[in-house]
Design a protein around this ligand. Structure first.
Ligand code: GLY
Length: 585
């Protein structure tokens, strides 16, 4: 998600263009007869489509789009971060690639606490110590070599060209680069702020260092983790006081994991497993909601919102307790997404009143959950960032890819690797810095997500593919930290429960609850009458999201695809809230 300011401008443009608020307007997705890419940037979407027209499949296109986003969307696109790629091939085989960042070997549980044991503000967000070992290059190279049709050189060529020749900046892109924390790091100030002579709208932004780095990866991909590139990166990190070493890079591993599978009203839902909480929490919510006829209650009616919030609340309550890196703890996903468990949760929902979050009691139907909860008291959650990015791809054969990738905060740690031209993540911020203290998003999580060497921080990224009768019918995802999960749920329910087209579902007003704080956030587009009804049911409703003194009226950036059941057309929906683009042919 971009700054609240940008969202307001985009909203104003959308309203002028549509003549009404998006929820009330007739909006149509982009139709493509063969293949489509939907991402936050038109150039990145176009690169993916060009690759498919040159004979590539959806994985080739996803990798090409990912590298292109690292050039044209530096606030969140990246080679210095990590991500998750969910692939569903036309034959029904699914693959989930985890290339999440890992904590360096020197990371310690209390590394962001002062001598008094208090969290040092910003320590896990800005600067060298916030950086986790990046996985994006390993993940994209792995995906290309294992599941692509073309060569790495072919799919990286457009990104290298964009970095070398540059691209014209929009007003917003130029303005974003004024970020005050970027100015704290000389290399970042040089690359993104031209040492104070800030880029302006319409100027060409060239990144020669990044072009060279990308060319080196294309020529010798292993170099990033085991060769000269790894040594240069590690040296730059050590020089700045970071923890990451060449050995950390050499130990980095992409993990193929089994995605989580659920069903919702006859649809199969395939999504992200731990170390993302996204898929399990999404499916737990949907399982609870399956007990209610939301469509009959009406889209955005107070009654349907009530049940949806209660499902969100219960699934986030479980998220707080059970989620973390599955390589370090056994996460009870099977129990959490069991329909019997959801049925037991339904029994606890009052049809007319909100359940106060503090009064929730977990149904005692699985001893595994009770034992686990007793052993892992809730701990401080990571202050998750909104500034991630998602893109969705579908090719002419029906292969589909959903990728959510991140450097965590906007421009990550703000550190640019000296001479290498790319930003590094601040993903260490997604660990729990201190047990028992709510994070900046108010999220609470268990000590399962404490910092540890080689561990992957808990994520909310939720790349999701929805299947009906053996065929992919939707490819979904969004940035937005904890809001990612409720955004994906809102879009999916928009199509399945409320009969919206995918663009309407993406643009529809969102609401969010994450158990703690016991709040319901609604976007500014919500009707005040509905807000009043919710308040009468006992909800504490907040319009927008508050971050300290700032309020963001809208959130997330869903970049999604649906497939027209009659024609097979790929329908691309880029979110009205951010300036993305669906491109197809
Ligand atoms: N850094 C955002 C996430 O992984 O959920």
């Amino acid at each position: 998600m971009r700054s609240p300011h940008k969202l307001l401008i985009l909203l104003a443009i959308a309203i002028l263009a549509l003549g009404a608020i998006p929820a009330a307007a007739s909006v149509q997705p982009v139709h493509a007869a063969h293949a489509i890419v939907v991402s936050v940037h038109n150039l990145a979407s176009q690169v993916g489509v060009d690759i498919m027209q040159a004979g590539g499949n959806a994985v080739d296109a996803a990798v090409a789009t990912g590298f292109a986003l690292a050039v044209v969307h530096p606030p969140a696109g990246n080679i210095g971060g990590g991500g998750f790629m969910l692939i569903r091939m036309a034959d029904g085989k699914t693959h989930f690639l985890d290339y999440r960042e890992m904590a360096p070997a020197a990371a310690t549980r209390d590394m962001y606490l002062d001598a008094q044991g208090n969290v040092i503000p910003g320590a896990s967000e800005i600067g060298y110590k916030a950086i986790g070992v990046p996985g994006s290059v390993a993940g994209m190279v792995y995906a290309e070599q294992k599941y692509g049709r073309l060569t790495l050189k072919q799919v990286m060529a457009p990104a290298i060209q964009l970095a070398h020749e540059g691209y014209s900046l929009t007003w917003q892109e130029a303005n974003d680069m004024h970020d005050r924390h970027l100015a704290e790091f000389p290399e970042s100030r040089c690359v993104f702020q031209r040492n104070g002579d800030y880029y302006k709208q319409g100027e060409i932004f060239r990144q020669p260092d990044l072009a060279r780095t990308l060319q080196r990866i294309a020529d010798k991909p292993d170099d990033f983790y085991h060769g000269a590139l790894a040594r240069e990166l590690a040296e730059a990190m050590q020089k700045g006081g970071g923890l990451m070493t060449a050995a950390d890079l050499a130990h980095y591993q992409v993990k193929e994991r089994e995605p989580v599978h659920g069903t919702y009203r006859g649809y199969e839902v395939i999504s992200a497993p731990p170390p993302s909480s996204g898929g399990a929490v999404l499916i737990e919510m949907l399982n609870i909601l399956e007990g209610y006829d939301l469509g009959k209650m009406g889209e955005r009616s107070a009654q349907s919102i009530h049940y949806t919030i209660e499902a969100f609340r219960r699934a986030f309550f479980d998220r707080a307790e059970f989620m973390g890196d599955p390589d370090f703890a056994k996460i009870p996903v099977a129990q959490l997404i069991d329909k019997k468990y959801a049925a037991a949760w339904q029994e606890t929902i009052d049809p007319e009143h909100a359940t106060p979050s503090k009064d929730l009691k977990r149904p005692a139907i699985f001893s595994e959950l009770e034992q686990y909860a007793a052993a892992h008291p809730p701990a401080q959650p990571p202050p998750e960032s909104n500034h991630t990015t998602h893109y969705s791809v579908m090719d002419a054969d029906g292969n589909a890819v959903a990728v959510t990738t991140t450097i965590n905060d906007w421009f990550g740690s703000r550190v640019t690797a000296e001479g290498l031209g790319f930003l590094l993540n601040d993903e260490m911020d997604d660990f729990s810095s201190k047990p028992g203290v709510p994070n900046s998003d108010g999220l609470i999580q268990s000590s399962t997500n404490a910092i540890g060497p080689g561990k992957r921080p808990l994520s909310s990224m939720t790349p999701t593919i929805v299947v009906r009768d053996g065929k992919t019918v939707m490819v979904l995802g969004s940035p937005g930290s904890s809001k990612i999960i409720t955004t994906v749920a809102n879009v999916l329910m928009g199509v399945v429960d409320y009969g919206m087209n995918i663009q309407e579902a993406v643009d529809a007003p969102r609401f969010h609850n994450q158990w703690m704080p016991d709040l319901v956030n609604v976007e500014k587009w919500f009707s005040l009458d509905t807000v009043n009804l919710l308040q009468h049911m006992g909800y504490n409703v907040q319009v927008g999201l508050r971050y300290g003194a700032n309020t963001s009226s809208y959130w997330s950036d869903a970049e999604c695809i649906a497939v027209d059941a009659k024609t097979g057309d790929r329908l691309g929906a880029s979110d009205v809230r951010d300036g993305g683009k669906a491109v197809g042919y």
